[in-house]
Design a protein around this ligand. Structure first.
Ligand code: IMP
Ligand code: MG
Length: 205
């Protein structure tokens, strides 16, 4: 199968047959992601040894990261999810090849789904796919701090520090990446490509 060539920088697997892969380039392979996610899980297990934690995933991009990360955490844990949307439309990638140059002109973030359980006096790990401008996580962080958790940490699979508009730092960061629009492993372009097993740079959907 052409998509399964070893060392190929093209995405591999059955999705190659149904997606136009010409403009997808693998940035982080599934093997690298799996190894790093396992490291992060072990680090969390050590840091919170003997304690319980709540993973709060940011919908929808963090779903895959949360499910893999949590299975490397040997602690009593529960899951919750939070949803947000940002005002300001993301431009079509065709007009804006970087995909997000004019993203979020207003910087306003709105809650679309709140957490289901009280976070008071709990160890909360906010799980996000990618730290970009920082607007989303700053908003969610403030929202969750109002619950008065015992601790609030941020786990982000990816970090693009060069794009930051508001200062925020991840406590458990998988990879620092350059300023490129990426898809796969939960990350989407217009709701597509979330199920790609590798993280790919997309230049023309
Ligand atoms: P922030 O508020 O700018 O930090 O935005 C974070 C959100 O923007 C992430 O949760 C993603 O949903 C989205 N995002 C930022 N960069 C990318 C990217 O390269 N690919 C896909 N989604 C992205
Ligand atoms: Mg997201």
């Amino acid at each position: 199968m052409i998509c399964n060539q070893k060392r190929s920088r093209r995405p591999r697997g059955p999705l190659c047959k149904i997606l136009r892969v010409a403009d997808l380039k693998v940035l982080l392979s599934r093997e690298r992601i799996a190894a790093r996610v396992a490291d992060l899980g072990e680090q969390i297990s050590r840091d919170f040894h003997g304690e319980s934690i709540i993973f709060v995933g940011v919908l929808k991009g963090a779903a895959i990261f949360l499910s893999d990360l949590s299975r490397h955490v040997a602690l009593d844990a529960s899951f919750d999810f939070i949803g947000v949307s940002s005002y300001g439309a993301r431009p079509a990638l065709a007009q804006d090849p970087s995909g997000y140059a004019t993203w979020d002109s207003t910087g306003e973030v709105r809650l679309t789904k709140d957490v289901d359980q009280p976070m008071t006096e709990k160890n909360v790990i906010l799980v996000e796919d990618i730290l970009d401008t920082g607007l989303t996580l700053n908003f969610i962080r403030k929202h969750l701090l109002a619950h008065r958790p015992k601790t609030l940490k941020i786990a982000a699979l990816l970090d693009k520090p060069s794009r930051r508009k508001q200062p925020i730092q991840g406590d458990y960061v998988g990879f620092t990446i350059p300023d490129a629009f990426v898809v796969g492993y939960g990350l989407d372009y217009a709701e597509h490509y979330r199920n790609l097993p590798d993280i790919c740079v997309i230049s023309n959907p």
